[in-house]
Structure formats: structure tokens, C-alpha cells
Write a new protein. Structure first.
Length: 188
């Protein structure tokens, strides 16, 4: 083999080696990049976990404050622990107030309500009533004075004209009353 053949062979080998390097280098870099990104992700997760552990006592103190606030609200919530029981309890409160103030309760039905405030859930009841002005005002006052925090979210009053002079008016009222309860763990 002549020196010229050796140079051509060496140059050809160098070109083939360069082509292979240029072709395989990106694959090697990509193969190494995946584990590096996973490692960086794990380092970041570890840093977050360490920060959470440092804040654990502060978070426990915050949780205790929330528990005390909920305990103070317990007297203002409906006592049942499920949505069905809470709706029945709210219906009983409205029915009792209606009976005491001579208001006729036509129909009442639970209204789907998905509102929540932390662990507390809201329950709503829609009712149709018939009464005079004094009876309706008495019912609204009784609901406002209830130990449970109740709110009237909708109120519609339609008055029928008196049937005879001096006869009391008849009010047809549609009302939606809302209250809050704490569900039992796993109950809705």
C-alpha cells in the first residue's frame, strides 16, 4: 500500500468517524438528558418537602385555629350530619315557625346546593306559603332569631285582594331558606 493510499484510507476513516459522531452524538445527549431532568425534578421535590417539614408546626397551629373557629360555629349550624338529615331539620324549623305564626305551609322541597365553606356544607329549602302580613313577618322574624344561622336567598310575595271589605289580605309567598351543617366523615 502506498503512502497515498494510506492517506486516502485514513481520510475516509476520519470522514466516516465524523459522520457517525455527528449522527450518534445527539442521541447520546438525549439519552443522558432524561435521567438528568428526572434527577433535577427529584431534587426540586425534595426541596419542597423540606420546606413543608419546616412549616409543619405553623400548619398545625393554623389547623388548630380553624378547628377552634369551627367549634365556635357549631351552635350556629344545623345539627344533622348528612345532607338529607340537614334538609329535614331545616324543613322542620320552617314548618315549626310557620305553625307558630299561623302561616299555611303549602309545599316544601330540598333544593340541590353544592356550596361549601371548608368542611361545612350548605343546604337549601324552597317553600310555598300562604298567610297574612303579620304571619309572614312573624315567620321571617322567627327564622332570623333561630339559633342556627339561616338566610333567606329568595323571597317572592304576591297579594290577593281582600274578598270582602275589612277581610284580611292573603299573601302567597315563595321562599328559599339556606342553612349550614357539618357532614359526618364520608357523608354528603
Amino acid at each position: 500500500m502506498t503512502p497515498r493510499d494510506r492517506r486516502a484510507l485514513a481520510l475516509g476513516a476520519a470522514v466516516v468517524a465524523a459522520a457517525l459522531t455527528l449522527r450518534l452524538a445527539p442521541l447520546a445527549v438525549a439519552r443522558l438528558q432524561g435521567p438528568r431532568e428526572r434527577l433535577e425534578g427529584r431534587v426540586e421535590l425534595l426541596a419542597h418537602m423540606r420546606a413543608d417539614l419546616r412549616d409543619a408546626t405553623r400548619l398545625q397551629d393554623s389547623a388548630e385555629v380553624v378547628r377552634r373557629r369551627i367549634a365556635r360555629l357549631a351552635g350556629q349550624l344545623l345539627s344533622p350530619r348528612t345532607e338529607v338529615e340537614a334538609a329535614a331539620s331545616l324543613g322542620a324549623l320552617v314548618s315549626l315557625a310557620a305553625e307558630r305564626h299561623r302561616v299555611r305551609l303549602g309545599r316544601s322541597e330540598a333544593v340541590p346546593d353544592s356550596a361549601n365553606a371548608g368542611p361545612a356544607r350548605r343546604v337549601s329549602l324552597h317553600a310555598a306559603l300562604e298567610s297574612d302580613t303579620a304571619g309572614l313577618l312573624g315567620l321571617l322574624g322567627a327564622l332570623a332569631d333561630s339559633p342556627a344561622v339561616l338566610t333567606i336567598s329568595a323571597l317572592s310575595v304576591v297579594a290577593d285582594p281582600p274578598s270582602a271589605p275589612g277581610a284580611p289580605e292573603l299573601l302567597h309567598t315563595e321562599i328559599t331558606v339556606r342553612g349550614w351543617y357539618l357532614p359526618r366523615a364520608g357523608a354528603r
